[in-house]
Design a protein around this ligand. Sequence first.
Ligand code: UGA
Length: 439
Amino acid sequence: MAVIADRCPDIEVHVVDLNSERIAAWNDPDLARLPIYEPGLDTIVARARGRNLNFSTDVDRCIEKADMVFLSVNTPTKQRGIGAGKASDLRWIEACARQVARNAKGHTIVVEKSTLPVRTAETIKTILNSTQERGKSFSVLSNPEFLAEGTAIKDLEYPDRVLIGGEEEHAIEELKSIYERWVEPAKILETNLWSSELSKLTANALLAQRVSSINSIAALCESTGANVREVAEAVGRDHRIGEKFLKSGPGFGGSCFQKDILNLVYLCRSFGLEEVATYWEQVIDLNTWQQRRISRLITEKLFNTLAGKKIAILGFAFKANTNDTRESPAIRIAKDLIEEGAILSIHDPKVKIDQIRAELGEKLKNDLGEWEFAGSIKDACNNADACILITEWKEYSTINWMEISESMRKPAWLFDTRCIVDSNLARKSGLNVWILGEG
Ligand code: UGA
């Protein structure tokens, strides 16, 4: 919405939320305190906020005034009831649709921005059209978002494509006219509602599948003496395969891949497509296995006992350039190591201690292991038996291993799950080095 406001100064954009603390943070004059860390976002907010970009909790009034409403609430995996652990929880989408139905005036275009199971537009339409008030009418469009965290602004400003699913030509044209201010028309695709909804799930499933595929080959490389980065480059040069999304790592994280595949699997099962469901489920199984195999391998290298050993965790975000920790591979790996009795010292340049606490729970001061927050890489590694690099933050690729190695307890290990350190330098410093996917 910030990018739309920035690109279209004549359009008034109101971002509304029930959470007043969050809205207050979006209005904070100190841009370093915006609730999301995303490179470039602060500059855009600074330019548009107060001009045509507003943040408020006045949901009803803003709906009343709006010609177009984007539904952008979260749709996490359902925790209980039918489809628990797989289907998306649509309670917030439904609540939004009801609120829009109550408060809208005249004709309103309602755009699904959240990632939703196929045919959710039907539910939204039914709720909207159940209002009998005269003079009120609605069009529903699907306009899934393909940005990735960490590169969101660039992805929005120079998208590969914009997808608009819908049936009513006038509504499609209205939404298209917004994107056309900065996206060339050939990149704006129109489909029916269901294709649009399904394309979003399929795109994420295919991206995650590539990560699981290369991670499976990384394990084989370790057993055979091949090097997964060399293999990835060799296969990626084939333009039919392409070089993107072939970086092996500790498994994919983030709020989307796992949730969307689980959702896809649930959809397939509900349509009786068992083989298709099992096929996609494997992408998640392999991802979980990859994370588990890393924590198992670390335990083995440290003489099969972690009790009382200090281990540095470098990086807690699910990828670099974000402070998002949802489904981060660091969580599963950290929990496994704590379970083995390790004392973790966790460093991340952007993730705050509260966030880690929310994922790992309170510091466990018992013989089951514990964790602490480290203010610097040096503090995290001081006296540690091992250092595990989990997020590919740039500053981790230039660590002075000579200096770090001196402060660690020998024999000391470096486990690089992102293949970003200079392994020769690290080895020269006296560390035992394990690099993911290197035989
Ligand atoms: C992903 C998609 O890339 C976006 O197109 C989509 O819009 C978004 O989900 C969403 O549905 O909202 P995001 O989760 O922000 O974006 O991040 P990605 O760059 O896709 O990375 C996902 C995970 O895969 C990260 O943990 C990353 O480290 C891992 N990954 C990615 C790899 O391990 N190797 C790679 O080569 C690429």
